[in-house]
Write a protein that binds this ligand. Structure first.
Ligand SMILES: *[C@@H]1O[C@H](CO)[C@@H](O)[C@H](O)[C@H]1NC(C)=O
Length: 219
């Protein structure tokens, strides 16, 4: 009698262990849509974003706190940034060097929730600057991947504002958002130097992460 009772209690425990393991497995195999879960393990990770599916991104936790997705990087590589609109839409380059993640991916990621943009800039003399926007978004293809920025903060003047709400140009060499004039262009060929106002840059990184990640981490 006792043996049978003990046996069924044993099976229930085994079943519970199995169910907990199953649930954990489901959580572990869901692929995130941002770099936030990879704050402690920067580098290349896979994301899963509605509308584009699975793709690799470079995550950064060095420049401005944990869990940023790098969407554009210029670190002196010889990647060609004079590309046609299809190439800008899909992305190009290499995570080890210079790259652009792609307008469609950036649009889809920034449609999921509110995102902030952090731009890291290094001038010819090695001085570093940052520019930060608290509600960064790119519209869909039909609306020309138009730029929205939110509020600015940073250690350098706000040079992207003059391109806000403009479409990403489709017939421009080294395309960059601009309206009547252009105050910065981070897609200029490296030998001509990307620029921000009058400052020539030898290094650029554009990072995005869900707005509020800081608060989540410090809580
Ligand atoms: C990928 O994302 C879709 C929603 O966009 C979701 O339905 C699916 O379960 C996700 N798959 C994984 C493995 O994360």
């Amino acid at each position: 009698m006792n043996g049978i009772k003990n046996n069924s209690v044993f099976s229930i425990i085994i079943l519970q262990i199995f169910l907990v393991a199953k649930a954990t497995e489901t959580i572990n195999t869901l692929i995130p849509s941002s770099c936030s879960p990879f704050g402690d393990s920067p580098g290349v990770h896979q994301l899963n974003v509605s509308g584009v599916g699975f793709f690799d991104v470079l995550c950064d936790s060095q420049l401005a706190g944990p869990g940023w997705i790098v969407i554009q990087q210029r670190v002196g590589g010889n990647e060609d940034f004079n590309r046609d609109s299809a190439t800008y839409r899909n992305g190009f380059g290499s995570f080890e060097s210079d790259f652009f993640l792609g307008l469609e991916k950036i649009h889809r990621i920034t449609s999921l929730q509110r995102y902030e943009l952090y731009i890291h800039l290094v001038d010819e003399d090695g001085r570093t600057y940052n520019a930060r926007y608290d509600d960064f978004k790119i519209s869909d293809k039909d609306n020309g991947y138009a730029l929205s920025l939110g509020k600015f903060s940073g250690t350098i003047p706000d040079a992207m504002r003059s391109g806000e709400f403009s479409r990403f140009p489709t017939n421009m060499e080294s395309p960059w958002w601009y309206h009547t004039h252009i105050d910065c262009n981070l897609n200029v060929p490296y030998w001509r130097r990307p620029f921000w106002m009058s400052i020539s840059l030898r290094e650029v990184k554009m990072l995005i992460r869900p707005k509020g990640s800081d608060e989540e981490v410090s809580n």
